[in-house]
Unconditional design. Sequence first.
Length: 321
Amino acid sequence: MQTSTQQMHPEDPKVAPAVDVSVPEVETLALRETPQPSAKVIELEPLLAPAAKPQAAAKPAEGKADNATWRKFHNQGIPEYLARRYWWAYLWNVSVWFFDHAFIINTILFGNYYKLMRAALTRVDPDFDGRVLQITCVYGAFTPSMAEKMPKCELHLIDVANVQIQSTLRKLRVAKGASAAGVQPARMNAETLAYADNSFDKVVIFFLLHELPHDARARALDEAMRVLRPDGKLLIAEYGELGTKHLMHRNKFLRNTLEAMEPFLGRFRKENLVEKIRDTAGRAGMAVTDVFHLPVFGGFYRVLDFSMKPAEEAQSRAGKS
């Protein structure tokens, strides 16, 4: 394994103002479990495997009305953990507008928003002309900036929440670059992607994994590896592992406050993500040949870029060395 570290000096990118746009029909890649090699879709639930289909919300006890706000979103096909825990942050129109401001995002990330974004963007090649999949939308200018930096790529974007897709499309429509204008969005669950195996040259996951329960996170990583080509790359920006040196880790009040806002973060930070990716790649017939690891904010956050090879090829090279 090769691990490299470098100092980043990010510049604040300008976030273009949102404009009203309509969602265009787009061509998707070949889809799993459908006889059609291609389909014009935005809504993909009918094509998903059973695990990704919306589950009916549990019915309240007879005589007791359940008017919980999160159920409204759950009934629209949003996973229960997302609807219950994060409706106020990702699914409500007002919150989508509020949180999608650079100042707010930078505050939430303790002043590291631009540094994280720029660090991740150093791992994309301006001349790359392959297929890229971003798994779930993100607040801020990351997606438009990535599209602008890779104008030759074929960029696909998925999210389980239509409100997030609409928000990102508004930003992409006013961004520069060929891939920004031609981005191909689709609504689907990261835990059961409808794309065919080996569809993408690069998969990007920006601050999603810590927001998933343990089992959902494992399924999402399995799916990311399934749709990634054997010699592809997986780019992840996330929280760092829980340590003993950083103030935000040592201070119990600060640690507990953050984990109260992020209910699945505690367990995620105790996992060895690099080893988990290695194991996930192995199950998909691939091997991790190189890991770029850049700590940000003293290791509180990190950017990881994994290079893959078919497992047999990686073993053959190891045998010759």
